[in-house]
Design a protein around this ligand. Structure first.
Ligand code: NAG
Ligand code: NAG
Ligand code: NAG
Length: 464
């Protein structure tokens, strides 16, 4: 209890459902603000022009600055946080653009943690390569009867994400790039597009590196790649406006780019080119509101609740923490931190019941799922979503929880912890201290002994 109260103060966390008080505070502070020296670069940080619904943005930059932390006034851990575009613009301003070079980032599969990273990694390389064209990313649908089969149909981007938001982010900050809805829309592409497959790590000497090691040559990638494009040995002409070259990655390029090489501003904002679509956001926020109400109805002050990601579904890999390891660790945290209610995210309702039984017995903690919280049309809407889309509803609730427990090396858990970690320093949040309880917001159970075999490198290659 004590620890959480302190942590809330520390990070300035404010429950989003209560907006009256913040509005009054803002009004008072706007008055106070005029007598202060102007804060350094606050407009530059917030990038008022790039915020959705721009008109209201100037006031939102006038929150009370915590001492010497004026950048910390927007909660970047919110799933619908404003997109801060200037770090992207800076990367685009520095890029070496190549007319006719188009990146196709369409083989994006798995759960949302992997899908996000496939898309981000591919686009980040595209920016470095100087691609002036990008084909709208697609998502591979998972087979609902065989969850480990990740490669069925190609679904449109809006299966999970907000297409308009994505396009606006590039139009506003990276106008050098044209986004094509489809390969056939690329000028000069012809009837039978020739798509070249590459593996970006191959553009560098990697002697002595583990094959899973990130690309230590991202700084050199652009020049080397453009050299290759121009090399007649590929049997192709250099790209040009009317003779495009189309690039797709071989499968499996993820956790490949060391995100912090671009600085925290970019590392902490680029991920938000992908925002969940409005339908997902609405349902997720409804579930979160219901969760708080459920906690309050159970006499919990401020509706505090523990967020739990139990990762034991049929596609979980053999070496991941077992049900017993996960539930034991989670209940230990629940007891230690005095939680009386918890939200459980799992795609396996039987395991949810098992955990709920154990939680009542061992920690006197009540546990609910999204299906328990939603009703009527909301429940119908939830039922109409696919397994992975339903996972996004879980994710939104977990992001809003007061403490989060998950499992290594689930990219879903890692993403949740990294996104929550943005509460600690806003735009300038420094990397999460992997394998510790250091930020007071999340704990992931798992094996942290080995960087490669424990997949710890995922933390270094993810954009929250
Ligand atoms: C999904 O998996 C099931 C069981 O393995 C299989 O029968 C079915 O054909 C698969 N569906 C698709 C669309 O691949
Ligand atoms: C590639 O060739 C084009 C002309 O075909 C030239 O303008 C460009 O500078 C070359 N780039 C590199 C990296 O050699
Ligand atoms: C997409 O990834 C799968 C998984 O390895 C692979 O079998 C397939 O060839 C890839 N498709 C394309 C078009 O690259």
């Amino acid at each position: 209890m004590m620890a959480i109260g302190y942590q809330r103060k520390l990070i300035g966390f404010m429950p989003r459902r209560n907006i009256l008080l913040p509005i009054i505070c803002i009004a008072l502070l706007v008055a106070a603000w005029t007598f202060r020296a102007p804060p350094p670069s606050i407009d530059r940080w917030l990038d008022v022009g790039a915020i959705r619904g721009g008109a209201s943005s100037p006031t939102s930059s006038l929150h009370p600055p915590p001492p010497a932390q004026s950048h910390n006034d927007v909660d970047l851990s919110a799933p619908d946080a404003p997109f801060v575009g200037w770090p992207l613009r800076r990367v685009c301003d520095e890029a070496a653009w190549v007319q006719g070079l188009v990146f196709i980032c369409d083989n994006n599969s798995g759960g949302v943690g992997n899908i996000r990273n496939y898309i981000h990694t591919c686009i980040r390389y595209g920016l470095e390569a100087g691609a002036t064209g990008l084909v709208m990313p697609k998502i591979r649908k998972r087979n609902e009867t065989d969850l480990a089969d990740l490669f069925t149909d190609y679904l449109p981007f809006n299966y999970m994400f907000d297409e308009k938001h994505f396009k606006n982010a590039f139009a506003a900050n990276c106008p050098q790039i044209t986004i094509y809805d489809d390969i056939k829309d690329i000028p000069g592409v012809g009837g039978k597009p020739n798509i070249e497959h590459i593996t970006p790590k191959k553009f560098g000497s990697r002697e002595g590196c583990d094959f899973r090691d990130q690309n230590r040559h991202t700084d050199r990638f652009g020049d080397r790649f453009r050299g290759w494009l121009n090399d007649s040995k590929t049997g192709q002409n250099p790209p040009s406006q009317n003779h495009p070259r189309l690039i797709r990655f071989n499968w499996g390029v993820l956790w490949d780019w060391q995100t912090y090489r671009d600085g925290p501003e970019f590392a902490n904002t680029f991920g938000s080119i992908l925002r969940f679509n409005d339908r997902i956001l609405r349902l997720g926020k409804t579930a979160l509101k219901r969760m708080r109400a459920y906690a309050e109805a159970n006499g919990v002050k401020d509706g505090r609740f523990l967020g739990v990601h139990l990762r034991t579904e049929s596609d979980a890999l053999g070496f991941w923490p077992t049900y017993n390891t996960q539930s034991e660790a989670y209940l230990k945290q629940a007891t230690k931190r005095g939680f009386e209610v918890a939200y459980i995210a799992t795609g396996d309702s039987l395991e949810a019941q098992n955990f709920a039984g154990a939680a009542i017995e061992l920690a006197q903690m009540k546990v609910v799922t999204k299906a328990d919280l939603l009703d009527d049309e909301d429940l119908d809407e939830l039922d109409s979503l696919s397994w992975d889309q339903q996972g996004l509803i879980d994710l939104i609730v977990l992001l809003g929880s007061d403490y989060f427990v998950g499992a290594m090396p689930s990219s879903f858990s890692i993403y949740t912890a990294m996104k929550r970690h943005l509460r600690t320093g806003g735009l300038y949040t420094r990397p999460y201290k992997v394998g510790t309880e250091g930020d007071g917001l999340s704990y992931l159970v798992g094996n942290y002994d080995k960087y490669w075999e424990g997949w710890l490198y995922m933390w270094d290659g993810m954009w929250p």
